[in-house]
Design a protein around this ligand. Structure first.
Ligand code: BG6
Length: 505
């Protein structure tokens, strides 16, 4: 891996939040521990709370011990030297003087290390509520903290967390605003699903092998289904979630990104532009439904009290900060089409939800039945079990191929069997966390696994149509489902109407 050896300053906005504690600081620690962090990196946490450097360091040390995948102990040398790289700057996101103070602080730290004229590369991480994304970028610009993107010596990059807008209009406005200060090449819109090992492996699996590609199209594939199930409830995030819902929270970003990787054409190289050009073509080929198609092809659900793995979950409406009459969906199932040459007529199905029976993300590619049912022994047969390729993204990452085989004996009776490849059987080393890979890519200037502005627009165009259809038809139900079940029965009906069913997970 090519390392950038120039000193880098990383500023995390929203440093007192959950994401910083659970994911960002542990990811940065891991990058440091593995010797991949540019030397002399300084990490500045910025948030509204008053806190000294020491208190911030203590808090981050606790979260490292709790959340780091390498489970370090507090007194280990690695933890102690990493903690020494952390600083804290209190400020407000709409207050110019806070940003002037930040600039001074960064300047002091640079001088301390590298003398009077020192400048470091800057990586800003926006892990704040989305309402202040643009404020921060604008303030950084106004206080001279963004290097010209042409500068061959030093770079400025900004990682922007999700949600990127709450509909097409707000996403376009945010893009325009941010791009009035930053060049697109400086903007890293993050979707942590793209940092997951198995998700990256979709590209390796499809384009590093030659046997699947000839089958990867409408001639051989019957349909594709993607399930992203979560066992947990909305937990402490009721306020955010009630304004978001499953479609915005999971479909607009993570699931459409999975789809783009499954459905894209082979890129000409693994370079950011080539990969993202192909992804955006898929997203712009999504069929946009009219209101009656939305009624027919979408299912909304909301969890009622039930239990998951023996643990009681109370209904969504009783969650803290959720409106008592909320119609926000905690489950969604969709059938849709990618209208291009490769996928014409192939249905894609999505389902995702909270409080489902287990946490599992799996992609199933179901192939067509053989054209002739040759082994039909008077109904006593299993030929109707179609070939399936399943990619388990999490947990227990695996790839399975299902096919029918003859049961030994006098009769020609077929039975479905599976070939399975489990990552953990082959690769013993622990997998890096998604945020490690993505933050490191941003440091190295590789935007392949980040979302370009036109991808955001295309994904929102599709999702907006559904959101608008739902609000135009306010009598469309949001169906209750018991926590711990696979969503409303209507989700199974969506498949059954087409003579299909959800994969058993
Ligand atoms: C986040 C959503 O983007 O992804 C959460 O806001 C969701 O609601 C999470 O729980 C799921 O991520 P993962 O990596 O646990 O599948």
């Amino acid at each position: 891996m090519k390392m950038d050896i120039r000193p880098t300053t990383i500023v995390i906005f929203g440093a007192s939040g959950d994401l910083a504690k659970r994911k960002l600081i542990p990811a940065l620690f891991q990058i440091y521990k593995e010797g991949l962090m540019p030397s002399e990196t300084k990490i500045i946490g910025f948030a509204r709370k008053e806190m000294s450097d020491d208190v911030f360091r203590e808090l981050m040390q606790e979260s490292l011990v709790k959340f780091s995948r390498s489970k370090p102990t507090t007194d280990s040398d690695e933890v102690q030297s990493f903690i020494g790289k952390l600083y804290y700057q209190q400020g407000h996101y709409d207050d110019k003087s806070s940003f002037e103070s930040l600039a001074l602080r960064v300047g002091e730290l640079e001088k301390e290390l590298h003398g009077e004229d020192a400048i470091s590369n800057k990586l800003y991480y926006l892990s704040t509520p989305p309402q202040v994304f643009f404020n921060i970028v604008s303030m950084l610009g106004q206080t001279g903290q963004i290097a010209d993107y042409h500068d061959p010596e030093f770079w400025t990059r900004v990682i922007i967390e999700k949600p990127f807008g709450r509909d097409l209009e707000s996403a376009v406005a945010l893009n325009n605003n941010v791009r009035s200060v930053l060049h697109e090449s400086q903007i890293y819109r993050i979707d942590h699903y793209l940092g997951k090992e198995t998700v990256q492996n979709i590209l390796a699996f499809r384009f590093g092998n030659s046997i699947y590609e000839p089958l990867w199209n409408r001639r051989y594939i019957d349909h594709v289904q993607i399930t992203v199930a979560e066992a947990g409830s909305v937990g402490g995030r009721g306020g955010y979630y009630d304004h978001s819902g499953a479609l915005r929270d999971m479909v607009q970003n993570h699931m459409l990104q999975l789809l783009a990787l499954i459905a894209m054409e082979p890129p000409s190289s693994f370079a950011p532009k080539a990969v993202r050009d192909e992804k955006v073509k898929v997203l712009s080929s999504l069929r946009l439904y009219n209101d009656s198609e939305i009624k027919e092809h979408t299912v909304r659900g909301q969890y009622a009290t039930g239990s998951v793995a023996g643990k009681k979950i109370t209904d969504f409406l009783s969650e803290k900060d959720v409106a008592p009459d909320s119609r926000t969906e905690t489950f969604v199932a969709l059938k849709f089409f990618v209208d291009n040459w490769r996928w014409s007529g192939v249905p894609f199905y999505f389902r995702t939800g909270k409080a489902l029976p287990k946490r599992i993300t799996e992609i199933t590619i179901q192939f067509r039945q053989p054209p002739l049912a040759m082994f039909d022994n008077g109904g006593d047969h299993n030929q109707s079990t179609p070939n399936q390729l399943s990619i388990r993204v999490q947990p227990n990452e695996a790839i399975r191929l299902r096919f029918g085989l003859k049961i030994p004996g006098q009769k020609m009776i077929l039975q479905p069997n599976e070939m399975e490849f489990c990552y953990s059987d082959v690769f013993q080393a622990e997998q890096p966390e998604a945020y490690e890979r993505l933050i490191l890519d941003a440091i190295l200037g590789d935007s392949t696994l980040f979302i370009r502005h036109d991808e955001v627009d295309a994904a929102w165009t599709f999702v907006d149509k559904i959101l608008n259809g739902w609000s135009a038809q306010d009598r469309l139900p949001v169906l209750p489902y018991r926590a711990g079940t696979w969503g409303p029965v209507a989700s199974d009906d969506l498949m059954a109407r087409d003579g299909r069913s959800w994969a058993k997970l």
